[in-house]
Design a protein around this ligand. Structure first.
Ligand code: NAD
Length: 467
């Protein structure tokens, strides 16, 4: 695979920039590749290609656009093993998670959006007006490293289906999956300039791309800190903005529910992908008099969790993505200890090669502690007790974030509680999430939604033609 070139205008291009970033395997700590830090000239060329391709793509019928996106989906399915192998190496995600979620979910969500759009009316009559839904123009897709395929998929699928062209900038920690996706897009035969990709860092390549006057939409997934800067930027130049940001999501266990389901649901989100998941259910709320039982259930669940080489089939927890991320997580663990929380499980760096932190569970946590308020983005679960259901809801909502959540308890009561939680998604009693449903955050977890029709609608301009 090409790692030292950029992809735009339907071709692999030699970069103007001579600056490179190394890609490191977090399991072995070895350099496994290098990618270009695209400079302003590179970005200008990629945006120009996307701008040139826009008019024809926007005028192409929605069904034909969907046919192209379907070819891209088929390419992803065909190259599934290659995609998995790369993300295991550059992210350290486990093989099982790469299979079922990293690629599996991307495929399901893409198929779901395609199915919805095939039956969607892009035009409707309102008296003497024909109301048309069409693309904005060029979309800058800025993505994080934790789901190196699906975060891109969640942007390019709706953007392309709506009639936009895209310039993707993946993160420098996991750019190799994105470069393979560009190869797949090339093989799918998308028209020149419809899909473009530049690698590079955030502070220069990303900053320049999102400031570009020929970019009409900034679609960003990443930290709330960077997202709020982009909010300001989009405001100044009146760009459309889609923001998918951080989270600190609650799982509320209600008396009478299945405690094992509650623990499994919360724990799985902080164990798989090493807790580097925006929607992870990192705060487990349990009734005060059920704390001792909860501790036993947690210990019992964690005893069978294998931490190890992510390439091995039975590994659940691998390394964190980078040394920096590992240090951040260890700092949070130290803060938790200092602020008086009690370590039930783990709490240390692991003595082995790679950026491994022990799966960690804190009890005796209060909602005002740093580890209960800030996004740790590591394998850390905090357990907080409550006296009444009203208090549990109040504590769950006492967060700057509002991305996801879960409630486990008697179904009717759980749904009532879910309606009062201020987050974009809530899973009741471990329910599955249909890939066609909207995903996105309240409060500082973001603006806009991804997936299904809700996702596509964020990428529509709306025009009324009167005759
Ligand atoms: P990040 O904000 O550091 O970086 C995200 C992307 O933005 C990267 O491609 C980076 O290069 C780029 N970037 C950084 N600074 C930039 C700037 N000034 N201008 C333009 N681009 C810039 O986030 P991260 O560490 O890669 O990802 C982790 C964060 O992403 C977590 O907070 C997580 O919750 C969030 N996230 C949210 C969702 C969601 O759907 N809500 C999904 C996954 C991750």
């Amino acid at each position: 695979m090409r790692k030292e070139t950029l992809y735009y205008n339907g071709e692999w291009q030699q970069a103007q920039s001579t600056d490179y970033a190394e890609v490191i395997n977090p399991t072995t700590e070895e350099v496994i590749g290098k990618v270009v830090n695209a400079n302003q000239k590179d970005v200008d060329l990629a945006v120009a290609a996307a701008k040139f391709a826009f008019d024809e793509w926007n005028q192409t019928s929605p069904q034909v656009r969907a046919d192209y996106v379907e070819k891209l989906l088929n390419g992803i399915k065909e190259r599934k093993q290659d995609l998995m192998a790369i993300m295991i190496k550059e992210l350290g995600t486990s093989a099982i998670f790469a299979d079922q979620t990293q690629v599996g979910l991307a495929v399901d969500e893409m198929a779901g959006t395609l199915e919805e759009i095939r039956n969607y009316n892009f035009e409707e009559k309102v008296d003497n007006a024909t109301v048309i839904k069409e693309g904005y123009g060029v979309v800058a897709c800025i993505t994080p490293w934790n789901y190196p395929l699906n975060q891109i998929q969640r942007k390019i699928t709706p953007a392309l289906l709506a009639g936009n062209t895209v310039v993707v900038k993946p993160p420098n920690l996991t750019p190799l999956t994105a470069l393979l996706l560009a190869e797949i897009a090339h093989d799918a035969g998308l028209p020149k300039g419809v899909f473009n990709l530049v690698t590079g860092n955030g502070s220069e390549t990303g900053d320049y791309l999102t400031s570009h006057p020929d970019v009409s939409v900034i679609s960003f997934t990443g930290s709330t800190k960077v997202g709020s800067g982009l909010y300001e930027k989009a405001k100044t130049s009146i760009k459309q903005l889609v923001l998918e940001l951080g989270g600190k999501s609650p799982m509320i266990y209600l008396k009478g529910g299945d405690l094992e389901v509650a623990v499994k649901n919360a724990a799985d989100t902080v164990l798989h992908n090493q807790g580097q998941t925006c929607s992870a259910l990192t705060r487990l709320f349990v009734p005060k008099d059920e704390l001792e039982r909860t501790k036993e259930v947690i210990k019992n669940y964690y005893k069978d969790i294998k931490v190890g080489d992510p390439a091995e089939d039975d590994t659940i927890v691998g390394p964190l993505v980078s040394e920096g991320q590992m240090e951040t997580v260890l700092d949070y663990i130290e803060k938790g200890k200092k602020e008086g929380a009690e370590v039930l499980i783990g709490g240390n760096k692991m003595d082995r090669t790679g950026y491994y932190v022990e799966p960690t569970v804190f009890v005796n946590v209060t909602n005002d502690m740093t580890i209960a308020q800030e996004e740790i983005f590591g394998p850390v679960l905090v357990v907080i007790t409550y006296d009444s259901v009203d208090e549990a809801i109040e504590l769950a909502n006492d967060s700057i974030y509002g991305l996801s959540g879960g409630v486990v308890g008697p179904e009717e009561e759980a749904i009532k509680v879910a309606r009062r939680i201020r987050t974009g998604n809530i899973l009741i009693n471990g329910a599955d999430r249909t890939p066609k449903a909207p995903f996105g955050g309240y409060k500082q977890s973001g603006r806009g939604r991804e997936n299904g029709l809700y996702g596509v609608e964020d990428y529509f301009e709306i025009k009324a033609i009167f005759n």
